[in-house]
Design a protein around this ligand. Structure first.
Ligand SMILES: [Mg+2]
Length: 149
């Protein structure tokens, strides 16, 4: 097993304004193209990026876990790389699961990462419902920003 820290993207590593993206991604019908066009230029949340780099340098595996779609994996990969965020794996929303709540998506992704050999012991995330779900699953989650949306 590989000790790992799970890290969210939007609102955790990437600056995210819920009111601006609400109509694209916070309902059951997603509009990914305008969302990614907007988020491509999202600034890095520096304290979280710094923590992720410290954890990676210490030997932790960094596992990106996001409700962003796997169908648009390249967008997320490119943003992380361009902003020099180290990561070892990336788990994203499966194709055809746009209607599924973020917290349910992430619960399923946690099972997959464990099957793949990762042993997560800490999570960095921002959205209240998702933070509550990680904690209900027995993980310690550090909430890095207000997440009532
Ligand atoms: Mg988030």
């Amino acid at each position: 097993m590989t000790h790992a820290v799970i890290v969210d993207v939007d609102g955790t590593l990437a600056e995210f304004h819920p009111t601006k993206v609400h109509e694209w991604v916070l309902g059951p019908a997603k509009q990914w193209d305008p969302f990614f066009a907007y988020m491509a230029e999202a600034p890095v949340i520096e304290p979280v990026a710094r923590l992720v780099k410290l954890l990676k340098a210490q030997g932790q595996q960094i596992v990106i876990c996001s409700g962003r779609p796997d169908t648009h994996r390249d967008h997320t990969h490119e943003w992380l790389t361009r902003n020099a965020i180290p990561f070892d794996a990336m788990y994203l929303r499966p194709d055809g699961h746009d209607h599924v709540d973020d917290e349910a998506v992430k619960e399923a992704l946690l099972n997959t990462m464990r099957e793949d050999g990762f042993e997560p012991w800490l999570v960095l995330d921002d959205r209240d419902a998702v933070v509550a779900q990680w904690r209900a699953l027995g993980l310690t989650c550090l909430q890095c920003a207000p997440g009532d949306f």
